[in-house]
Design a protein around this ligand. Structure first.
Ligand SMILES: *[C@@H]1O[C@H](CO)[C@@H](O)[C@H](O)[C@H]1NC(C)=O
Ligand SMILES: *[C@@H]1O[C@H](CO)[C@@H](O)[C@H](O)[C@H]1NC(C)=O
Length: 324
C-alpha cells in the first residue's frame, strides 16, 4: 500500500524527493507540535485535523455518524468553489489552507485573551515574559522542578524550551511579545523566522541520548515502536523503507547520523507545501475512478478518512454550533 503511494507521489512530484504521506504527516505533526502518531487512529485524526481544523475535528468527533455525514456534505458544497460538482486538488488545497489559517487565528485569539497583557509605548498591547512565566510556570516556584514532570519531560525543561522559543519570536528584543510575535511563538510552524527553533525542538524531541544528532534507532523509534514480543523480522514494510530512507536519503553526509541541517531538510524541505501534500494524499485515498478530482459521493464514501469519528460517547458532548 505505502509502496504504491510512494511510487505515485514520486511520479507526480514536481520536485525531487517529495516526502511520502507518512513523512508528510510526521513533518506536519512536528511542525504543529501535535502528538506523534502511533497507529492508524492517529493517522486518521491527523487527516481530520487538516481537513476540518483542530477545533472542528473535535466537534465532529462528538457527532453521531449520520449528522457528521450530513455536515460533511455541506462542507463539500463549500469546498467546490466553482460549483462544477467536482472537488479539484486546488479547491481541496485552498480549503485545507483556509481551515489551518482559521484554526491558528482562533487559537491565537483565545490564548491572547487568556494572558495578562500590559500596554507599552502608550498604545501597544504586549505580554511580558515575566507575566507569562508567572502564569504558566509560577506553580514551579514552590516545588522542586525535577520532581515535577509529565511524560518524561520535566517542567523546567518545558520552561526552558518556552523561554528559547520566546526569544526567537521576540523580534524587537524587549522581552515582551505583541500579538503578531505571540502568534509566531504559539504557532512557529507558520512563520519562516521560527524555523530554526522548530528544527531544534524536533531534534531534541527525538534525540533520546541527547548527543545532539539522530541515530537510525532514534529516527525509527520516533515513528514506530514494536509491540511486546514482536521480532525485528515482523517490522512493517514502511518501517523497513524508512530505514533505507535514513541511510540513502536523510543522512546526506553518510556519517550514520542526522545532524541539525539534515533534520532541517527532513522537516522543512525547501518549497514543501503542507496543504498541497495533504490535499494530494486525500485525493489519492478517495479518488475511486482515478480522475484526479473528487465527487461528493467519493468523499462521502470515504467518510472515515475525512471526518469519521473515533468517539463512543455521543450523547454527553456539548457540541459547538456554528457554521454548519
Ligand atoms: C496579572 O497581573 C497582575 C499585576 O501584575 C497580577 O496581580 C495578577 O495576578 C495577574 N493575573 C494573572 C491571571 O496572572
Ligand atoms: C509587533 O512587533 C513586530 C516586531 O517587532 C512588528 O513588526 C509589528 O509591527 C508589531 N505588531 C503590532 C500589531 O504592533
Amino acid at each position: 500500500m505505502l509502496t504504491t503511494l510512494y511510487v505515485v507521489l514520486a511520479i507526480t512530484a514536481v520536485f525531487a524527493g517529495v516526502p511520502t504521506p507518512e513523512e508528510t504527516k510526521r513533518m506536519m505533526e512536528h511542525l504543529s507540535g501535535a502528538e506523534h502518531y502511533k497507529n492508524e487512529e492517529h493517522n486518521n485524526q491527523f487527516d481530520h485535523d487538516a481537513f476540518l481544523g483542530e477545533d472542528q475535528a473535535k466537534t465532529f468527533d462528538q457527532l453521531p455518524p449520520e449528522e457528521s455525514k450530513r455536515r460533511l456534505g455541506l462542507i463539500v458544497d463549500k469546498i467546490d468553489a466553482d460549483k462544477d460538482g467536482y472537488i479539484s486538488m486546488v479547491e481541496l488545497k485552498d480549503w485545507i489552507r483556509y481551515t489551518q489559517t482559521r484554526y491558528i487565528l482562533e487559537d491565537v485569539e483565545r490564548h491572547w485573551k487568556q494572558h495578562n497583557r500590559t500596554t507599552i509605548d502608550d498604545d501597544q498591547e504586549v505580554i511580558t515574559w515575566d507575566s507569562y512565566r508567572q502564569e504558566v510556570y509560577g506553580f514551579m516556584d514552590d516545588m522542586n522542578p525535577n520532581e515535577m514532570s509529565t511524560e518524561g519531560v520535566t517542567y523546567s525543561n518545558l520552561r526552558k524550551r518556552d523561554r528559547r522559543r520566546w526569544a526567537y519570536a521576540d523580534v524587537d528584543k524587549n522581552d515582551a511579545l505583541n500579538r503578531t510575535e505571540f502568534a509566531w511563538f504559539l504557532h512557529p510552524e507558520d512563520h519562516d523566522s521560527m524555523r530554526d527553533v522548530v528544527v531544534l525542538e524536533t531534534l531534541e524531541d527525538i534525540d533520546v541520548d541527547k548527543d545532539g544528532k539522530l541515530s537510525l534507532e532514534e529516527y525509527i523509534g520516533d515513528m514506530y515502536r514494536p509491540e511486546d514480543g514482536e521480532s525485528p523480522g515482523d517490522e512493517p514494510d514502511w518501517v523497513k523503507q524508512e530505514r533505507e530512507q535514513f541511510a540513502g536519503y536523510r543522512d546526506t553526509n553518510k556519517d550514520g547520523f542526522m545532524d541539525v541541517e539534515e533534520v532541517r531538510n527532513w522537516i522543512v524541505p525547501p518549497e514543501f507545501d503542507h496543504a498541497e501534500a495533504e490535499a494530494r494524499h486525500l485525493v489519492f485515498e478517495a479518488d475511486t475512478d482515478a480522475d484526479e478530482k473528487l465527487t461528493k459521493d467519493e468523499i462521502l464514501g470515504k467518510y472515515d478518512l475525512f471526518v469519521g469519528s473515533q468517539a463512543t460517547d455521543f450523547g454527553e458532548a456539548l457540541v459547538r454550533h456554528d457554521e454548519f
